[in-house]
Design a protein around this ligand. Structure first.
Ligand SMILES: Cc1cc2nc3c(=O)[nH]c(=O)nc-3n(C[C@H](O)[C@H](O)[C@H](O)COP(=O)(O)OP(=O)(O)OC[C@H]3O[C@@H](n4cnc5c(N)ncnc54)[C@H](O)[C@@H]3O)c2cc1C
Length: 429
């Protein structure tokens, strides 16, 4: 039986933040694109889009101006992936990404010259760049220390309004809390289920009726991020009408509803832009065509395998969770092309003794080294393949979790990789 073969200009490997962004930018530039990927970090992510907030990590220095933070970062770590990208191009990529989300009904907001401060489910204050519209009201409320009612739910694990209040005692003294039973009955509460239930106007109204008597002189109400998955704007607006004050969401522990919203928007939106998805399909083998130089992949399970033949590839396969990197007892490997991975010389250097060491762990900076076009390099320092580019957390010399640059890095490098593909392709033709 012959296998289906798909010919395309660009094959994006990965359906996390970087893969989705790469597919979006490629479709926006009219590139015939196929995308494969399995589960990613997207559904676990907070939904906040960090650009650059902490550097140097050992000093936990926080940057209000992410662009100045990027300048300092590149000065100190000239191999950081941001060093390959002009700041104007990073801005452009973020603007394009936000424009897509806005047009898809998931608006994001940013003060484009400053990081904004939001609160987390453990009661810390987090600087970030782009904020979902449903969270945005907290930025001003926190800044002005507005009287605020924080709501939580009996049976919802990992989210305690009282704990948040306790942690924020000094930063935000005017917080009050109230706990409610969720209006629709379920033995255990899960955020995704709650979000879907709150899309039913009668459930939203029932909840608002419970909360309303507690609002009193609060000027804003904060809830865990459960205000809808597919119709968040509508649910937030209904809740605000019922309560007669602005509301905001606080991202919960993973899996996180704001992350699920992003995943859904991309999975439904990208095919409409012409991206051919091969989602939940693993890329198994790759070879290079001697005659055309194209890269040829075998994708999917053995009983329904697809061959993908691509002029260019963006590898957005993530780190250990995404399975772009793999480690045994001795070494870290790249899983699809077996590319060289920049990593500490010995395993004993992977982790520092103290798990919470403020400098982080060297293993977190392992990954692919590239040229200025984001082409992974081979052992001789030359591009491993002419038209193979890498984006997102698979790249070396960054520790997105500690530097607080996860989504920004994914989006900016995805955009740069797509632009590089177009440049290299035109130079080859
Ligand atoms: C709990 C959590 C909270 C976060 N919070 C924030 C936050 O507050 N702010 C922020 O900016 N960022 C946050 N992030 C990070 C951010 O959302 C991204 O997850 C991160 O930038 C990495 O994205 P990525 O696309 O590079 O990798 P991943 O999300 O790991 O995606 C890798 C993709 O490659 C695919 N893949 C790998 N190998 C193959 C193969 N052989 N065949 C097919 N597909 C393959 C995987 O299936 C997956 O789809 C958070 C992440 C997590 C986990």
């Amino acid at each position: 039986m012959s296998r289906p073969t798909i010919n395309c200009d660009l094959f994006v490997i990965g359906s996390g933040m970087a893969g989705m962004a790469a597919a979006l930018f490629a479709a926006g530039r009219g590139i015939n694109t196929v995308q494969a990927g399995m589960s990613s970090e997207l559904a676990y992510a907070s939904g906040l889009l960090d650009l650059m907030a902490v550097h140097p990590v050992r000093e936990s220095r926080i940057w209000d101006d992410p662009w100045a933070g990027i300048d300092a970062l590149i000065r100190d770590i000239p191999d950081h992936p941001y060093a390959h990208i002009e700041k104007a191009d990073i801005r452009q990529a973020l603007d394009e990404f936000m424009a897509f989300l806005n047009s898809a009904g998931l608006p994001y907001k940013a003060d484009t010259d400053h990081n904004s401060r939001v609160i987390t489910s453990v009661g810390t204050v987090k600087p970030t760049y782009c904020v979902p519209g449903s969270i945005w009201n907290v930025v001003r409320a926190l800044q002005e220390k507005q009287p605020c009612l924080l709501v939580d739910f009996r049976g919802l694990k990992g989210f305690s309004a009282r704990q948040i209040k306790e942690m924020l005692r000094e930063n935000w003294p005017s917080l009050q809390t109230a706990r409610f039973s969720f209006p629709s009955h379920a033995p255990e509460l899960y955020t995704e289920h709650m979000a879907r239930e709150l899309e039913k106007p009668e459930i939203c109204e029932k909840l608002a009726e419970k909360i309303f008597p507690y609002v009193e002189d609060a000027r804003v109400v904060g809830l865990p991020a459960v205000l809808g998955i597919t119709r968040t704007e509508e649910v937030v607006s209904n809740m605000e009408k019922f309560l007669n004050v602005p509301v905001f969401e606080i991202p919960t522990m993973p899996p996180s509803v704001p992350g699920m919203r992003l995943k859904r928007i991309f999975e439904t939106g990208l095919p409409k832009l012409g991206v051919k998805p091969l989602l939940q399909q693993k890329v198994r083998y790759v070879k290079s065509s001697k005659s055309t130089g194209d890269l040829i992949f075998e994708v999917g399970p053995s009983d329904s395998r697809t061959t993908v033949c691509a002029k260019g590839v963006i590898l957005a396969s993530g780190r250990f969770f995404g399975k772009g990197l793999y480690s045994d007892r001795n070494s870290v490997y790249e899983t699809i092309f077996n590319l060289p991975v920049h990593q500490p010389d010995t395993r004993s250097l992977w982790h520092r003794k103290d798990l919470f060491d403020t400098r982080g762990h060297l293993i977190s900076r392992a990954g692919l080294e590239t040229d200025e076009f984001l082409r992974p390099i081979d052992k001789s320092g030359r591009p491993a393949y002419n038209t193979l580019f890498a984006a997102g957390s698979v790249l070396a010399h960054q520790d997105w979790m500690r530097m607080k640059c996860g989504a920004g890095l994914a989006i900016a490098t995805a955009s740069h990789a797509v632009n590089s593909f177009l440049k290299i392709k035109s130079s080859l033709s």
